[in-house]
Design a protein around this ligand. Structure first.
Ligand code: PLP
Length: 400
């Protein structure tokens, strides 16, 4: 597929090895990267070619993508505001929808400020790269999402990585820092690949003991954890102590967009200087309206969380009983490590043959260079869906 001669001395030359790797991973005519779904049949089913597949890798944790209230809100927003804002938040891209959503987020989190960005990726970029400046220190968990790493690259602060989920290692590193400059600790509530939860309460204690602020990315945990779905910080009783929380509308909120909220009103100031907030078009009316409608449901409807967790326990038990080692205790994200990426791809195809779609995750996108079959659970899954997934996994060899 890669024409070495034609690409010699061009910008594409460096991609030769990557192209070769992708070729070796393409089996049975399917490509696991950027899978094509021809039609969405529901929150949990899609048509791929002529086959119907059960979706077990979507991040649609509460199954709100086909919720009638959320869909109506998006449709009405298009009727009222059109399809796009065509401008940045600072210019012509702030509609009442964006401001209302920020007010709703403030109320939901009990925050002093809330900033809505165009994606979750940009929310982390916008907040972290601007809050931590020259002379400051950004201390990030080693397993941080790519957008946290990218935010560090964009920031003028010095970045220090600490061992994944280790408040002890953070403590050591903070102790060694010079007194000058501000310190911002960055963790995630629920890690997106292995599905492990951070000891947020312990991190808060360590960070504050060293005069550092703490920033928790709750992209995967909002809607799923905490009595009102406010995430792991709420579940661990430290929501009011966390300095910044970021999140995305692309998962439980069934939309696109992202946000950062803070108990510090001064967060508002970054609107005037943050490049990933300023120099991009604002979220579309349909996306903002869908996110608002979902937030209302997430805050009020505890039944969805209950359904999600019922399915989580069913799947976790079923896969464990089938002989698989799951990366973490029960949670909406479950990963099963495979011996290498070729085995993972072959098994991913075998699951597809049986009508089950999971995520294939391979290095460099995974911690410790693992090759993973990653599953995510939705409140919209049924008991029968979970049984289908377990039955499909039972046909795989038990190599891990
Ligand atoms: C932990 C984490 N933060 C942020 C994001 C970015 O969210 P978005 O999809 O809205 O850009 C993701 C997306 O997968 C994520 O996993």
């Amino acid at each position: 597929m890669f024409d070495t001669e034609a690409n010699k001395n061009t910008v594409f030359a460096k991609f030769q090895k990557l192209a070769e790797r992708v070729d070796t991973l393409r089996v049975s005519g399917r490509t696991p990267f950027g899978m094509r779904f021809d039609e969405m049949l529901s929150q949990t089913r899609a048509r791929v070619g002529n086959a119907e597949v059960l979706l077990a890798g979507t991040n649609n944790y509460l199954g709100l993508t086909y919720n009638p209230d959320v869909m109506d809100a998006a449709k009405q927003a298009i009727d009222t505001y059109g399809t796009a804002t065509t401008g940045s938040r600072l210019a012509n891209g702030t509609y009442s929808l964006h401001l209302d959503l920020e007010e709703d987020l403030k109320e939901y989190f009990g925050a002093a400020s809330a900033i809505v960005c165009t994606t979750g990726y940009q929310a982390n970029l916008a907040a972290l790269s601007t809050l931590a400046g020259r002379g400051d220190h950004l201390l990030i968990d080693a397993d941080s999402h790519a957008c946290i790493y990218d935010a560090c690259r964009l920031s003028d602060a010095e970045t220090i990585r600490f061992r994944h989920n280790s408040p002890e290692d953070l403590d050591k590193r903070l102790t060694r820092l010079p007194a000058e400059g501000a310190r911002l600790v960055v963790i995630e509530g629920l890690y997106s690949m292995l599905g492990d939860v951070a000891p947020v309460a312990e991190f808060v204690e360590v960070a504050h003991a060293h005069g550092a602020m703490i920033f928790v990315d709750e992209a995967h945990s909002i809607g799923c954890y905490g009595e009102n779905g406010r995430g792991v910080s709420q579940a661990q009783g430290v929501l009011d102590k966390v300095d910044f929380i970021s999140g995305t509308f692309s998962k439980s909120f069934a939309s696109i967009g992202g946000f950062c909220v803070s108990r510090h009103e001064a967060l508002e100031l970054i609107r005037l200087v943050s490049r990933p907030y300023l120099f991009t078009a604002s979220g579309s009316p349909a996306n903002m309206a869908a996110a608002r409608a979902s937030l209302k449901i997430i805050a009020a409807d505890t039944s969805l969380r209950k359904e999600l967790w019922d399915r989580v326990y069913q799947l976790h038990t079923g896969l464990s009983d089938a002989g698989f080692t799951i990366s973490s205790p029960p949670g909406p994200i479950m990963a099963i490590s495979r011996p290498d990426e070729h085995v993972a791809v072959a098994e991913w195809n075998q699951l597809m043959d049986q009508g089950v779609y999971v995520n294939l995750a391979v290095p460099p996108a995974t911690p410790q260079a693992k090759s993973l079959l990653r599953l995510s659970v939705s409140a919209a899954h049924t008991e029968a869906d979970m049984n289908q997934i377990i039955a499909a996994f039972r046909t795989l060899p038990k190599t891990a």
